[in-house]
Design a protein around this ligand. Sequence first.
Ligand SMILES: *[C@@H]1O[C@H](CO)[C@@H](O)[C@H](O)[C@H]1NC(C)=O
Ligand SMILES: *[C@@H]1O[C@H](CO)[C@@H](O)[C@H](O)[C@H]1NC(C)=O
Length: 174
Amino acid sequence: MTLRFAIFVSLLALTLGCERFPNGTETNFNWWVCGGFKGLTVKSVKPVKADGSLDYPINLTKDLNIAVEFVNTKQVYPKLKLDVTIWNFGDYGRCQWLEIPTFGLLNSKDACERSFPCPLKTGEQKVVVKLHLSQYKFITQFFTNNAPYQLQYKLSAPNGDSICIRAQARAFTH
Ligand SMILES: *[C@@H]1O[C@H](CO)[C@@H](O)[C@H](O)[C@H]1NC(C)=O
Ligand SMILES: *[C@@H]1O[C@H](CO)[C@@H](O)[C@H](O)[C@H]1NC(C)=O
């Protein structure tokens, strides 16, 4: 390949589209804390199979199990509300995360009912958090298959304390 041709090809790649799996999501599950309260430290977040091994890429048509390790030195939280937000990447040639409208279906849910093993206790905790997305297949079936998604999982207590975790993952959607 001549240098001129190589430059042409790389310019084409820049203008034609976005990186298919940004931020290493082809092989890596990215996560970080996007909000919390004093006394809370999140140590690890990992999508897991029934045997505890890493479940990656994730499959949005199934219910996800996420193993979370954290330390809470503040107080016990018996009641928690859950808000989930989902983004996809690079729609319409814009190479950025864009929120997918879910019509409020994933907002203001009772986290204790189906997702978090309440109460949220104090001390070192290892829990498995559930993300029941299979019931939203009628939405997720329209998501691009084998593509990167960003998810936010936010728990809020009645006193205003909240925990927010954001993750980026490669996902199957049908
Ligand atoms: C990439 O992932 C890391 C965590 O692995 C995160 O801290 C960072 O904000 C992500 N970057 C972008 C641009 O999304
Ligand atoms: C995702 O899960 C669904 C439902 O269990 C299954 O039919 C499908 O084959 C899975 N997709 C992949 C790529 O594992």
